[in-house]
Design a protein around this ligand. Structure first.
Ligand code: IMP
Length: 192
């Protein structure tokens, strides 16, 4: 079955392809001829995830799914949330981390969570799948792996940050893989 993943991020594509297996022919935005930047203007993570999937379905008529993720910090009322990628005003991870540390200066409540929402539009029928990983934010960065806020994030039950874990270890517990597992289970049910 043909399915478009509303991304041109090859890293994400490879990860999702591995989970989906041969039953699905995964296409990128480029593959379906979509060269436009997808809209992300709803102000929420589930909203942006839905908006991107609906854009593809409406304009290209292809069954598809889209994802949106972010870091929600409890003491900052869920910030940076939907603004995670460009929290500091640019898409620079170091500057984003610096802004977060400054905003949390002196704060004892360091609780945070990563969230991913996948929106699947299968023949126009919509389903959303959420994955969450809870943890704590350190006062300084640790580790060199991963991306984004990984060096600050200590998942609950672990003594290493996401940036100190191998990709396999992170994938076993990450928000993205939790959401993806749910969506893949659903998709596999649909074809059986
Ligand atoms: P996206 O929607 O997956 O592109 O994620 C948006 C932003 O959230 C990223 O640019 C990162 O700043 C942050 N983020 C999402 N997932 C992760 C993660 O697994 N580790 C660190 N930062 C993440």
């Amino acid at each position: 079955m043909e399915l478009c993943f509303a991304t041109n991020n090859q890293h994400k594509l490879a990860e999702v392809s591995a989970w989906l297996g041969d039953a699905f022919l995964l296409k990128t935005l480029n593959d379906i001829g979509c060269r436009n930047e997808l809209p992300e203007t709803t102000g929420t993570i589930p909203g942006n995830s839905r908006q991107k999937a609906e854009y593809v379905w409406t304009n290209y008529g292809v069954s598809c799914f889209a994802d949106d993720s972010g870091l929600e910090v409890y003491a900052l009322n869920g910030e940076p949330g939907v603004d995670s990628a460009h929290y500091s005003g640019s898409r620079n991870a170091e500057q984003n981390i610096q802004k977060l540390l400054t905003n949390l200066d002196g704060q004892t409540n360091r609780k945070a969570r990563f969230i991913t929402v996948f929106t699947l539009l299968l023949h126009g029928i919509e389903h959303q799948f959420e994955g969450i990983v809870e943890g704590q934010l350190l006062t300084e960065t640790r580790g060199t792996g991963g991306f984004g806020y990984d060096p600050l994030f200590l998942p609950d039950g672990y003594d290493r940050t996401f940036a100190e874990m191998s990709i396999e270890e992170k994938n076993a517990i990450s928000h993205r893989s939790r959401a993806l597992t749910k969506m893949v289970a659903y998709l596999k049910e649909q074809i059986n």
